[in-house]
Every structure is written in structure tokens, then in C-alpha cells.
Design a protein around this ligand. Structure first.
Ligand code: ARG
Length: 457
């Protein structure tokens, strides 16, 4: 296929160089955004009298036909084309003759690609937000069922204080709600139109960039045309937000993996989201969670690929920037894939409250509450802390737990101990009495559920 820019050259491009240079295999997926952008451009050219109204209408009609033909599989995207922009224009010219050649007036592929990526990411960001909402909904289902299911809460992976399963799950819900906010915020900054920046310096034609921006649903235009074609910070912001989503999913995965091990057995993943082993008949592996944890590295890598691509290039457009799309698409695809599997995996997992409760009953998880018991009876916290430390040591020595140590033993440490200490340090009391805002008590859990339910809508 002859290149559009062949006029300046006396020799055809080497086949290998041609293949190396081509980005169609990657950017073909932006055909819809490319054509939509071109339709707005043609409308602007017509409105401004740069081409006639009739020409503008014919070009728009031709473009919408191309879009329909690709959608319906009647037109195959030619992998010999240099990129999606060249492909669409060449089909238009084949179909409309010289008129097709007028589309690229007052435009460059540099502003065109910057536009297409924004339109593409805007659509994908909407989908990703919807997927995060699905996951939050799955979390809410489990949380509603387990508002009072007691489990050990951990710090340093050591049993720390009793919490509810709902409380732990809702923590992920909160993180994911901020992921939505982060993505929405990045989209708001991205929603600025670069089209009309042209190659870099603007144009001598009397264009109306605001008209095009408005037609394409942008809030504003890039005020500096060099910036408009040069930067990809909007991609970086979204890819950072996606990397953070993956970090959250990865931590959640790690817990799901731990919780489904025989050492914990706090949950049982549904058979439809687990796999067996080829050799060990007893195995039921949490492969989905492990893969999500594993794929997190890719999304971090995608972010670093683009950061590194951009760091050394001068303004304005450089071909290096063609590399943006592979990393960006991989980041988008991976985060979507992971969210899509995660929601039903969480939705179908089954908690095993007995095991959680038993684990909470060991490990002196109520030691803080015992210290607080003394404090409420008048002992300063540091002294109470010391007494309870000694009691824990005594229990370990006698191979018992605080709940079962006789009152007489308690009294040897402090006269303040009474029969009521046993209800005070029961797991149920420890959880119910944590009434501080955001804590593990029931009223707080209900508030958290309500908050997240509003976000999911
Ligand atoms: N395929 C190119 C890209 O993705 C389009 C822009 C090309 N512009 C240029 N001046 N070569 O970046």
C-alpha cells in the first residue's frame, strides 16, 4: 500500500521498517473513537466554512457507514495499514474519492491520537467504575450477612483484637470506594480536548475548537497546543489509579488465600472459583486470587513503562509515544479482567464462623479489654497493661486462657478484679462495646454499609 506521505520519498519503506513502524495491531481497537472524533472534526470544518456544508455531511455519512461496516464485520481492518487513523482515512478516500482527502484539513495525527486515547479511556474508565461497584456490592452482601460474625483482627499477622467479618470486608469496600473517586477525579482532568492542536503549533485555518470539544462531550480545550499533543499525564493518572486498585485486590487476594488454607479455614471458596491439582486429589486451590495477586505486577509494570517512555522525550510528539497504547491497554484489560472475576468470587465464598470464633478465642485477643476493665475501675492504663501482661504470662504457663483463669488467681494480681470480668472480656462484649465511630460495633458497621450502599447506588 502506498504511504500517504510517499511524495517526499524516492524509495518505498523497507518491509521490516514498515512492520516495525506500524501500530495498527494495537490501535485498531480505537476505531470507534477515531471515527467519532473524525465526525466531529468534519462537522466543525463544515460549520466554519473550511469545507462546504454538503461536503461535511457527505464525509460524516461516509464515516458513519465505515463505523457501521466495521461493527457489523463487513469491513475488516487492514493490518497492512500504518495505524487506525491512516486506515479510516484511506477507506473514506476509497469510498468518496477526493472528498475523503479533505477530512485531514486543519488536523494532524498528533492531535488525533491524543483525542482518541482520551475518548477511549473515558469509556473504559466508566466500565471500570461499574466493575468496582459490582465488587463493592458483593462485599456488601457478605457484610450484611456477617455483621456480628466474630473473627480475630490481626496486626503483624498476630491475633490482635476481636472484630467482625463484616468490619474486615468493609475495610476493602472503603478502599475500593476511594478507587472510584480517584478514577473519577483523573477522568475529570482528562476530559479536556486536544483536537485542533494540530501537529503542535495550531493552525492558520479559522477552526472552532470549542465546538468540537463540546460535540465530543469535553468540558474544555487544551489551552496550549504543544501540551495538547505532547502529554500523556492523563494516562499516567489513570494507570496509577488502576495500579492502586490492583494493590487493593492483591491484598484482598492474599487474605482470601490465607483464609482458605487449612491453617485458617475461615472461608471456603465456591467450587466454581477454585481449581484442583493434577497430582494431589485433596487439593482445592485459590487460583483466581493468586492470579489476581500475580497480575498486579503487570499493571505496576505498565505504569512504569509509560513513565519511562515519557521521561526523556522532548516536546512535542515523538514516535516513542506510540508505545503508550500497549501499556495502557494492558493495564485497562488486566484491571477489568481481575475485577470481573473478583466480584463473583467474593459473592460466592462461604464464611465459616465457627472457625473464626475459635481462632478468636485463642491468642489472648481480649487482653486489651481486660486492661480497660481495670482502668474503668480506677487503675491507670499503664499499670493495668502491666498487670494483664503478667496474667497472660501466667495463663501461658498454666496452659489456659484469660476467660478460664479462676477469680482467685486474678485477685492475686489486683483486688479490683471481680466476677463481672468474665462477661467483660467475652468476645461478644469486646465486639459489642467497641462503639467508637468506625469501630467494629454493630451501629458503626451499619453506618459503613449504608455509606457504601449509597456509592454503589
Ligand atoms: N500511530 C501513531 C501513535 O500512535 C499516531 C501518531 C503519529 N504521528 C506521527 N507524526 N507520526 O502515536
Amino acid at each position: 500500500m502506498e504511504k500517504m506521505w510517499a511524495g517526499r520519498f524516492s524509495k518505498a519503506l523497507d518491509k521490516k521498517a514498515d512492520d516495525f513502524n506500524s501500530s495498527i495491531a494495537t490501535d485498531c481497537r480505537m476505531y470507534r473513537q477515531d471515527i467519532t472524533g473524525s465526525m466531529a472534526h468534519a462537522a466543525m470544518l463544515g460549520k466554519q466554512g473550511i469545507i462546504t456544508r454538503e461536503e461535511s455531511e457527505k464525509i460524516i455519512e461516509g464515516l458513519s457507514q465505515i463505523l457501521a461496516d466495521i461493527d457489523e464485520g463487513k469491513l475488516e481492518i487492514d493490518m497492512e495499514a500504518e495505524d487506525i487513523h491512516m486506515f479510516v482515512e484511506s477507506v473514506l478516500t476509497k469510498r468518496l474519492g477526493d472528498l475523503g482527502k479533505k477530512l485531514h484539513t486543519a488536523r494532524s495525527r498528533n492531535d488525533q491520537v491524543a483525542l482518541d486515547i482520551r475518548l477511549y479511556l473515558r469509556d473504559e474508565a466508566d466500565e471500570i467504575i461499574a466493575l468496582i461497584k459490582n465488587l463493592i456490592s458483593a462485599i456488601l452482601c457478605q457484610a450484611k450477612e456477617h455483621k456480628t460474625t466474630i473473627m480475630p483482627g490481626y496486626t503483624h499477622l498476630q491475633r490482635a483484637q476481636p472484630i467482625t467479618f463484616a468490619h474486615q470486608l468493609l475495610a476493602y469496600g472503603m478502599m475500593l470506594s476511594r478507587d472510584i473517586a480517584r478514577i473519577s477525579d483523573a477522568v475529570r482532568r482528562m476530559n479536556v480536548s486536544p483536537i485542533g492542536s494540530c501537529a503542535l503549533a495550531g493552525t492558520t485555518y479559522d477552526t472552532d475548537r470549542y465546538f468540537e470539544a463540546q460535540k465530543l462531550g469535553f468540558d474544555d480545550i487544551a489551552l496550549n497546543s504543544i501540551d495538547g499533543v505532547s502529554d500523556r499525564d492523563f494516562c499516567l493518572e489513570l494507570m496509577s489509579a488502576f495500579a492502586i486498585v490492583m494493590m487493593h485486590l492483591s491484598r484482598f487476594s492474599e487474605e482470601i488465600i490465607l483464609w482458605s488454607s487449612w491453617e485458617f479455614k475461615f472461608i471456603e471458596l465456591d467450587d466454581s472459583f477454585t481449581t484442583g491439582s493434577s497430582i494431589m486429589p485433596q487439593k482445592k486451590n485459590p487460583d483466581m486470587a493468586e492470579l489476581v495477586r500475580g497480575k498486579t505486577g503487570r499493571v505496576y509494570g505498565d505504569l512504569f513503562t509509560l513513565l519511562t517512555t515519557l521521561k526523556g522525550i522532548p516536546l512535542a510528539y515523538n514516535k516513542d509515544m506510540q508505545e503508550d497504547k500497549e501499556a495502557m491497554f494492558d493495564s485497562v484489560d488486566t484491571v477489568k479482567l481481575c475485577l470481573d472475576i473478583f466480584a463473583p468470587m467474593v459473592q460466592t465464598m462461604r464464611a465459616i464462623p465457627e472457625n473464626m470464633y475459635n481462632a478468636a478465642g485463642r491468642g489472648f485477643i481480649n487482653a486489651t479489654d481486660l486492661a480497660d476493665y481495670l482502668v474503668k475501675k480506677g487503675m491507670p492504663f499503664r499499670s493495668a497493661y502491666k498487670v494483664v501482661g503478667e496474667l497472660v504470662a501466667e495463663c501461658i504457663e498454666k496452659n489456659t486462657v484469660l476467660d478460664q483463669l479462676p477469680l482467685s488467681d486474678y485477685r492475686c494480681h489486683s483486688e479490683l478484679f471481680d466476677e463481672d470480668l468474665y462477661t467483660e472480656i467475652s468476645l461478644e462484649t469486646c465486639v459489642e462495646k467497641r462503639i467508637s465511630a468506625g469501630g467494629t460495633g454493630l451501629a458503626s458497621i451499619e453506618k459503613q454499609i449504608e455509606y457504601l450502599a449509597k456509592i454503589v447506588g
